[in-house]
Design a protein around this ligand. Structure first.
Ligand SMILES: [Mg+2]
Length: 224
């Protein structure tokens, strides 16, 4: 029997990136003696996308003495230490693989920070493969991103599978275009009315895992 594939987004799906960034921005502004109102600016800068070049801008704005590269490396270390993956979700990844799922991570971002988070949280050792967009310049929602993630898990998109994520365009629209079934993590939001709906909407990653585990029961029954 083919092992079914499920790909998970990382930020705000498996880990609470937003919460970690809020804490980090507070610490960063304190550490560098910046005014309180600069917190929101620093947070905005790293919130959308954080790359080494982001720290060129921050460094020039505040005339910081260290190099952008030093700031970037400190950021990677700090964020990796601050994010966590709930135990119930880590256990869920183990349960999926025990139920013969092929489990992968498909994430946009810079490879060093994304890989650092995956190691620090213990996700790395619980998945079959990881693809970070920077590693082959293929960002979600491009189909190529999902194809490369499937390949890292030792399979191909043609065999179907699932995408789980919090971003309506990158994860759900992109996943659907790549031929995957989709589960949207709401994180307290409602599905945007203009986008075509995912197959399922759930409040958090553990609920998505429970849903997939039910599907694997169906899958086994069909196969038997
Ligand atoms: Mg996300």
């Amino acid at each position: 029997m083919q092992r079914p594939l499920v790909l998970f987004d990382l930020d705000n799906t498996l880990v609470d990136r937003r919460g970690a960034l809020v804490d980090w921005a507070a610490e960063f502004t304190d550490r560098h003696g910046l005014e309180n109102e600069e917190r929101a600016y620093v947070l905005d800068m790293v919130d959308e996308r954080a790359y080494p070049s982001t720290f060129d801008v921050i460094r020039s704005r505040y005339r910081l003495p260290m190099s952008a590269d030093e700031l970037w490396r400190a950021y990677c270390t700090d964020i990796a230490a601050m994010v966590s993956c709930p135990t119930a979700v880590l256990d869920g990844l183990d349960e999926l693989r025990a139920a013969s799922w092929r489990v992968g991570v498909a994430t946009n971002g810079a490879a060093d920070i994304q890989r650092a988070k995956l190691w620090a949280t213990g996700i790395s050792e619980r998945v079959d493969g990881v693809f970070v967009s920077e590693e082959a310049d293929a960002r979600k929602p491009q189909t190529r991103h999902f194809a490369l993630a499937a390949a890292r898990c030792g399979t191909v998109l043609g065999d179907g599978g699932w995408m789980v994520g919090d971003n309506p365009v990158n994860d759900i629209g992109g996943g659907r275009s790549a031929g995957l079934r989709t589960i949207w993590i709401g994180n307290g939001r409602s599905w945007p009315p203009d986008d075509s709906r995912p197959d399922h909407v759930v409040p958090h990653a553990r609920a998505a895992i429970d849903l997939l585990l039910l599907h694997s029961v169906d899958h086994t029954r069909t196969a038997a």
